[in-house]
Design a protein around this ligand. Structure first.
Ligand code: SF4
Ligand code: FES
Length: 369
């Protein structure tokens, strides 16, 4: 038995992020996937994924997000959509749009796909293709059109950073033209590959100040047609984000090789022992594994979080960020102005260069198909 009598009680997870593959046609410099990607040979097989989806539903999962990499690189995507939908799950496809032809989409929708989340890198082809590292923008416009023609809900997801922040108004206009039901404007988080580009990606305070009133006005103007979700640049905030709404509380991630993660970036916490669906049942991992119980609940909270009135709001912030910046995943997120480590963030912000360095594009050393 790995966990103690102090094991906190957990509710069943609502969602599962199934990272079917790390193979991806894009080379985004902000990629939060690990530096070392799972190779195709080490991916779970179709039968293993079908079993994982079944176990997830038994555990209580209601939303299955099929993601990657690019999930369309898996030729068994249709049967996985069928399985999840047949079990009663709400099935969401998180995609770059490359490979999402009208024919493939129609088949997926017939099998029960309920929602598409499409990434967009910039407001115009030149910017978007430069950030994606390939000529992807035109494919994305076509993919969005196909989604709308089939009348299923579309979320457009844009990662904001220094090289596209000035396009916020144009990105909102683009999402409107695409017919998006929801637009996520998410300032970059610095994990995996993205961390190595932090100084090039970090938006300036001026960019953030310019964007915020534009987003506010659009949110108001479009409130009946397109929901806008703006994820703040937390290095600039006095308090951290409520990452994952608390560790091991709502969602689990299954990596392409079957590792089960409390959050998509948790493999960056090298002090965490991860379990794998090839050797342990998903429910057992969710309720009883060391990794899922490490930062669950409030017993583990350090000072100053322990006595802080915001602990029910942000849960001490992000464990991955705490680990990547301090080496201790159990520390208060250094973003917090009450953290003894806030100086680390202030130093990073103070050293944001006036001329950003070149972006280092994501290197995919694994074949896409
Ligand atoms: Fe959140 Fe901890 Fe900061 Fe309080 S001290 S605001 S609980 S991170
Ligand atoms: Fe892992 Fe925040 S990204 S806990």
């Amino acid at each position: 038995m790995e966990v103690t009598a102090h094991q906190p009680t957990a509710q069943p997870p609502l969602g599962m992020l199934a990272e079917l593959t790390h193979r991806c046609p894009l080379h985004c410099p902000y990629c939060s996937n690990p530096i070392e990607l799972v190779t195709r040979e080490n991916e779970l097989s179709t039968d293993e994924w079908l079993d994982v989806v079944g176990q997830a539903r038994e555990l209580g999962v209601l939303q299955v997000h099929l993601s990657g990499g690019e999930p369309l690189a898996r030729h068994d995507l249709p049967v996985l959509v069928s399985r999840a939908a047949d079990l009663g799950c709400y099935v969401n496809l998180v995609t770059s749009g490359l490979g999402l032809t009208e024919e493939r989409l129609t088949d997926l929708v017939d099998r029960g796909l309920a929602h598409v989340q499409l990434s967009v890198q910039g407001a115009d082809a030149e910017t978007a293709n430069r950030i994606a590292g390939v000529k992807a923008h035109a494919h994305k416009l076509k993919a969005a059109q196909a989604v709308k023609e089939l009348d299923i809900p579309l979320t457009v997801n844009v990662v904001l950073h220094r090289a596209n922040h000035h396009q916020v108004a144009d990105l909102i206009a683009l999402a409107e033209r695409m017919g998006a039901d929801r637009l996520e404007l998410a300032n970059t988080q610095y994990y995996g590959w993205g961390l190595r580009n932090r100084s090039a990606l970090m938006p300036t305070a001026e960019q953030l100040a310019e964007a915020e009133p534009i987003v506010r006005a659009a949110t108001e103007r479009l409130r009946d047609t397109m929901q806008i979700v703006y994820v703040v640049a937390d290095y600039y905030s006095p308090y951290p984000k409520p990452c994952m709404y608390g560790w091991g509380s709502r969602q689990l991630t299954v990596a392409p090789n079957g590792d089960v993660l409390p959050c998509p970036a948790a493999s960056s916490i090298t002090t965490l022992t991860l379990d794998n669906v090839r050797s342990r049942n998903l429910a057992d991992i969710w309720y009883r594994s060391a990794a899922f119980n490490a930062y669950r609940g409030e017993d583990w909270l350090p000072d100053p979080c322990r006595g802080c009135s915001r602990k029910g709001i942000d849960f001490g912030g992000c464990r991955c960020q705490a680990f990547l910046l301090t080496g201790d995943a159990g520390a208060t997120d250094p973003v917090c102005s009450l953290s003894p480590d806030r100086g680390l963030i202030d130093t990073i912000l103070a050293s944001t260069p006036s001329e950003p360095p070149e972006l280092v594009m994501r290197q995919n050393t694994i074949k896409v198909v």
